[in-house]
Write a protein that binds this ligand. Structure first.
Ligand SMILES: Cc1ncc(COP(=O)(O)O)c(C=O)c1O
Length: 454
């Protein structure tokens, strides 16, 4: 008897953030292999991976060189912990990341995922301030609708109430401020993106003052906010946030779980927007998904209190900085350098934007926004008034139609309604105009059908 993947998936696999009931009668998509920017399902059908899996596959699929790096490392030393020991691939990777990171972010603490990286950054901020005698600093400020992960701490940093309520009470100290969605800017700052940026940054200062600066440990911000549909920072926003953090002695954490490793045409998003954070959190693209790895890169000054006496960062994860993952990350960076993937993104990002902007002639397309190879397309019911869809319409349109229709048409992307309804795109960094055209054609056809259903 042959093993029925479909049946076994329905019986035994619990998919993440997935309504399992939706697959009572429908097939679960089973992706079996990938090559370049394409993946293939168990029926041999090809899909353009317009989301790099989940913002992960930077160098594309099917790179034997990364698989070989993993195999070589596993044969040599498959595992040893970073608890009191070092191993060559973690050391080499830490040195290489320190070299690539901006400013004096020279110390790397590895994790296995983005949530663990965020969790680690918050824990580090808390312990750092305790060691400095600033015992009251524990709160974190983050932005509305921002996603920072699923573990309890990362969830408390997350600004999506819909995925938090069932797990409350969460660790105390999460404070929300507005994000940088200029398309939905309040009317008093909607006529100038500069003024909007100043207002949004100053909301962080107002939150720090309101909470009491002596109680605030850190501000967590993505270079381009993913959840809600790609909100790039207004000009000068990060410079202002940096100076506000400095004024009140609050740490600035750049959560680059999505934005690092070329997504915005730079190794780190902070570089693109010209600021130096105190901590960068990363994961996803660090290995292009050939093995799991995350971490945080921190400034020298944060390490200092831990370099004397009995001080120890009381935190660790068995598989963090796993030798195989670290070796894969090094091979991934080799591909970045050899093929100049950052150069490819910088050379082609204007084409990506222009191609997606062609969709603006469709009545359902309200806004096209993003930077690099990271875009969101906001869908609206009325372009003139920017009226959005209500919950029922959003449910019918996004979950009931768009997600499946886009996939059936051969495009992996994300139809997301965690904020206003958006379609998100983040193709592998190897993509060029032919892939953008393919994305545009599929979106045009499916969004036209969607509009007919509104
Ligand atoms: C900005 C950001 N932070 C943290 C996370 C959590 O990462 P992970 O799913 O690897 O735990 C994500 C995941 O998408 C993310 O986008």
């Amino acid at each position: 008897m042959t093993f029925d993947l479909q049946e076994a998936a329905k019986q035994h696999l619990w998919m993440h953030f997935t309504r399992m009931s939706a697959y009572g009668d429908a097939d679960i998509p089973v992706i079996v292999r990938g090559s370049g920017p394409y993946v293939y399902d168990d029926h041999g059908k090809r899909y353009l991976d317009g989301l790099s899996g989940l913002f992960v596959s930077m160098v594309g699929h099917g790179r034997t060189e990364l698989a070989e790096a993993a195999s070589k490392q596993a044969s040599e030393l498959a595992y040893f912990p970073l608890w009191s020991y070092a191993h060559p691939s973690a050391v080499t990777l830490a040195a290489r990341l320190a070299e690539l990171a901006p400013g004096d972010l020279n110390r790397v603490f590895f994790t296995t995922s983005g949530s663990e990286a965020v969790e680690s950054a918050w824990k580090l901020a808390k312990q750092y301030f305790k060691l400095r005698g600033e015992y009251g600093r524990y709160k974190v400020i983050s932005r509305d609708i921002a996603y920072h992960g699923t573990s309890m701490g990362a969830l408390a940093v997350t600004g999506l109430s819909a995925i938090k309520g069932d797990f409350e009470p969460l660790p105390p100290g999460g404070v929300r401020v507005p994000n940088t969605n200029f398309y939905r800017a309040p009317s008093f700052v909607s006529s100038s993106i500069q003024e909007f940026g100043i207002w949004a940054a100053d909301e962080i200062e107002r939150a720090i003052v309101r909470e009491g600066p002596e109680s605030v440990a850190a501000v967590f911000i993505e270079p381009v906010q993913n959840s809600g549909g790609c909100f790039p920072p207004p000009p000068g926003y990060f410079q202002r946030v940096r100076s506000i953090c400095d004024k009140y002695g609050v740490l600035l954490v750049s959560d680059e779980v999505i934005c690092a490793f070329g997504r915005l045409g730079y190794y780190f998003g902070a570089e693109r927007y010209g600021y130096v954070p105190d901590i960068i959190t990363f994961a996803k693209g660090a290995t292009s998904g050939y093995s799991p790895l995350g971490g945080m890169i921190v400034r020298e000054q944060l390490m200092e209190p831990f370099l004397t006496g009995t001080a120890t960062f009381l935190h660790g994860i068995t598989f963090a900085g796993h030798p195989v993952s670290a070796a894969v990350a090094l091979a991934n960076l080799d591909v970045f350098e050899r093929e100049d993937l950052l150069g490819n993104v910088r050379a082609n990002e204007a084409g990506f934007r222009a191609t997606l902007e062609k969709l603006s002639d469709l009545p359902i397309v309200g806004d096209v926004r993003g930077d690099g190879y990271f875009y969101g397309i906001e869908l609206v019911k009325d372009k003139a008034t920017r009226e959005t869809f209500d919950d029922d319409e959003s449910e019918r349109l996004l979950r009931g139609f768009l997600s499946h229709a886009l996939f059936d048409a051969g495009l992996v992307c994300r139809a997301d309604d965690r904020g206003d309804p958006v379609i998100q795109l983040a193709p592998p960094l190897i993509c060029t105009q032919e892939h953008f055209d393919e994305i545009e054609q599929i979106l045009r056809s499916v969004l036209t059908q969607a509009w007919a259903k509104v």
